[in-house]
Design a binder for this molecule. Structure first.
Ligand code: GLN
Length: 283
């Protein structure tokens, strides 16, 4: 008589973790099993011997196979948390990164008016704009993205979260109605097109338009920094994310364009990852 293999949570998680090659195989497996069963990740620790149904085990195995093939967990789940907000994600935008929460923290610490007008350039899922909207109901927040799918996704996320956000389709400033903002934020593409890490991990499944920006990765940052002053109030701020080895070049672009109070800040890994500056025309 053959005994049925035991489908306990722990057995499934252990087996899946041993096949998934990522920075966090156990976490990935737990998120996928939680998504299928509706059980919380803590319950896997509290009741490791709990059995799951055959149907759930099969559905879990299908997701594990996709994860083993490299598909990002966020794409398999269809959502990703950012600033404690559950955001819908799709293959048409960048998956929000935890490090970008540092950009939100820096933005929130700026001396801005209670009814600040803010623009998020290249918003993707809407992550940065929605995080700011969740903290400041009084701010007037606009966001743009060149990709129609991203515009639709950011709008959908805003509606689902009940947050006020105006999203328009525009490649950087090109399609915007003339306006001056107290703060412009952006996490633009900044990876050099020859960077080898584009062939590894989750980035293989994200759109190149959200990642890659010319031979030194700075094409979009150059454009944003050069045009931002036309869209900032006197004393307004520009805050951008960039690669850990681009801080010096980006700070130089801010200085050359005439920004004041130029500063670089670090991400959670203590890498130079954001630069900001204040616009003053000197008039
Ligand atoms: N930080 C991302 C990565 O290295 C890139 C994000 C971006 O280009 N804006 O995977």
């Amino acid at each position: 008589m053959t005994s049925k293999p035991s489908l306990t949570c722990e057995a499934l998680l252990k087996e899946a973790s041993s096949r998934i090659e990522s920075d966090s195989p156990r976490l990935d497996a737990e998120l996928l099993l939680s998504n299928i069963t509706g059980l919380s990740r803590t319950s896997f620790r509290a009741w490791p011997e709990r059995e799951v149904t055959n149907a759930h085990a099969e559905a879990f195995e299908a997701l594990v196979q996709e994860r083993v093939a490299g598909r990002p967990v966020a794409h398999l789940l269809g959502h990703q948390e950012f600033w404690s907000l559950p955001l819908k994600v799709s293959a048409s935008t960048l998956i929000p990164r935890p490090d970008t929460e540092c950009l939100v923290e820096v933005a929130l610490a700026l001396p801005l008016p209670p009814q600040a007008s803010v623009l998020d350039l290249g918003t993707g899922t809407g992550a940065i704009a929605l995080a700011l909207a969740s903290e400041h109901v009084g701010w007037r927040i606009s966001a743009c993205d060149a990709e129609p799918e991203a515009v639709a996704l950011a709008r959908e996320n805003a509606v689902a979260l009940g947050l006020n956000l105006s999203v328009v389709q525009s490649s950087w400033f090109l399609g915007l109605e003339p306006e001056r903002f107290d703060l412009i934020v952006s996490n633009p593409p900044y990876i050099p097109d020859s960077d080898r890490h584009l062939e590894e991990g989750d980035v293989r499944f994200e759109p190149a338009s959200a990642l890659v920006s010319g031979s030194d990765g700075l094409d979009d940052l150059r454009l944003i920094i050069s045009q931002a002053p036309d869209w900032l109030v006197e004393g307004g701020w520009l805050l951008v994310e960039h690669g850990f080895d681009q801080a010096e070049a980006v700070a130089q672009l801010f200085h050359t364009r005439g920004f004041k109070a130029v500063e670089t800040r670090q991400d959670y890994g203590n890498r130079d990852r954001m630069t900001l500056g204040q616009w003053s025309s000197g008039a």
